[in-house]
Write a protein of this length. Structure first.
Lengths: 176, 261
């Protein structure tokens, strides 16, 4: 194993940290609500980097945001964002990328299994984010789901479909 | 997109530029925590403290609004949504949709908090060198067990180098897609694919070139320990910051205002 082989996963993980940060600012206008690519890059990190490097990548992203750089959605940052109403979605990135990476590693890398892995990751993301939102705003479960889950489902389906296509094209590049 | 300079360091000689990055990090964390529960008066006090610092680095309100117009629009939409969804005393009714006093107050307060957090983050990014941020992360993580702080520091450093590259490539790719009438495509998956796939391919190739360059220079995680720049006013700034946070917490308490009523 050459030194380049040991450096590559770290550099690729750093690249995905940057993509997740920048993903909040790359918006694709589709209909009235633009699609922001941030959580697509989180799930893609799980698929491409695997559970360990994927989780490390998201942890570094959260650390950069906590340290004060405006990398969270909407250009915000700081520890207060984590304790705010949408903090659950940020913390949910950790189990989401871990589960996506683990399912992808365990089941294998076919488009259908990638979709399953990302659905699993999304369930983890909303599994942390929606209850957090419910607690923060003292909402009922119905209101929390209506505010924090339902509006994003269609966009997430599009992002998962996009991520599957990208994962298929990118994996050979990383194996070269 | 490449014009987006949210993450860019702006060289300068202000007090904030020479303040120890660890003190700045602690201040940003404290302020952002306090801001998320702050009331109107606390937000106003915070703005009055932060605004002269913004002006000192040449970030006037006009430039800030121009630079953040997209986010300000987003905040305005967020505030407007609250104004019509929060129940309370109606002040205006348009085709059955009622704008309530409580909703308007809550919406503008939440928008104001987000705006201030964003401004503080930009102030931090504009006055902190990426290398200093990497050093601060390494210093803060050193006592944490099982965390490879040097590896994390290198990842942060690399990530900060990748920001402008990705933003610039994203802008170029979007222009190329638009030049080929890609913006007229209706299929959202194809639109994501046409923008993101070339972007990812190019950046991964750049990352691989970087790996080779690092390898050629025998780059390892074992780096020289970071040296921190200090202007000797860190304690004063931390004291003032803690004072500001305490004042903001007190001002945000309803019981404080009851004294005057």
């Amino acid at each position: 194993m050459t030194q380049t082989d040991s450096l590559r996963p770290m550099v690729h993980a750093a690249l995905f940290v940057a993509l997740i940060c920048v993903g909040a600012f790359i918006a694709i206008p589709i209909g009235p609500v633009p699609i922001v690519l941030q959580n697509m890059f989180v799930l893609l990190a799980g698929l491409i980097l695997g559970p360990a490097w994927g989780t490390a990548c998201v942890a570094v992203y959260l650390l950069i945001g906590l340290a004060g750089l405006p990398v969270f959605a909407g250009g915000t940052s700081g520890i207060g964002k984590i304790f705010g109403p949408t903090g659950g979605y940020l913390l949910g990135y950790l189990p989401a990328v871990l589960v996506t990476g683990a399912i992808s590693r365990f089941l294998g890398q076919t488009p259908f299994r990638d979709i399953l892995a990302m659905i699993g990751g999304s369930i983890m993301l909303y599994g942390v984010g929606v209850p957090w939102l419910k607690l923060a705003f003292s909402l009922s479960w119905g209101q929390a789901l209506a505010l924090g889950l339902v509006p994003f489902l269609l966009g997430d389906a599009v992002k998962i479909a996009g991520a599957v296509v990208m994962a298929r094209k990118i994996r050979p590049l990383l194996k070269e | 997109m490449a014009d987006l300079t949210l993450f860019s360091f702006q060289a300068g000689t202000t007090i904030l530029h020479h303040l120890d990055v660890r003190a700045k990090t602690v201040l940003v964390c404290m302020l952002s925590m306090v801001l998320f529960t702050a009331g109107f008066s606390a937000c106003l006090i915070c703005f009055l403290v932060v605004y002269p610092l913004m002006c000192a680095i040449g970030m006037t309100m006009y430039r800030l609004i121009i630079r953040l117009k997209g986010f300000i629009l987003l905040l305005a939409i967020m505030a407007a949504t609250r104004a019509v969804t929060v129940p309370g005393e109606p002040i205006l009714s348009v085709s059955g949709i009622e704008i309530t006093r409580q909703g308007l107050a809550q919406g503008s307060l939440v928008g104001g908090r987000f705006f201030l957090v964003m401004v503080i983050g930009m102030l931090f990014a504009a006055t902190t060198r990426p290398a200093a941020l990497k050093s601060a992360a390494q210093w803060f993580l050193a006592p944490v067990p099982f965390v490879p702080e040097m590896r994390v520091a290198i990842m942060i450093s690399l990530c900060l180098k990748f920001f402008p590259l990705i933003l610039s490539r994203a802008g170029q790719t979007a222009d190329a897609v638009n030049a080929r009438c890609g913006s007229f495509k209706k299929n959202p998956v194809r639109r994501i694919r046409f923008l993101t796939l070339p972007l990812l391919k190019k950046t991964i190739i750049s990352a691989d070139h970087l790996c080779l360059a690092m390898d050629a220079r025998c780059y390892t995680e074992r780096r020289t320990d970071p040296a921190f720049e200090s202007n000797g006013r860190e304690r004063l700034f931390l004291g003032a910051g803690i004072g500001l946070c305490i004042a903001m917490v007190i001002l945000s308490q309803e019981s404080f205002w009851m004294i005057f009523w």
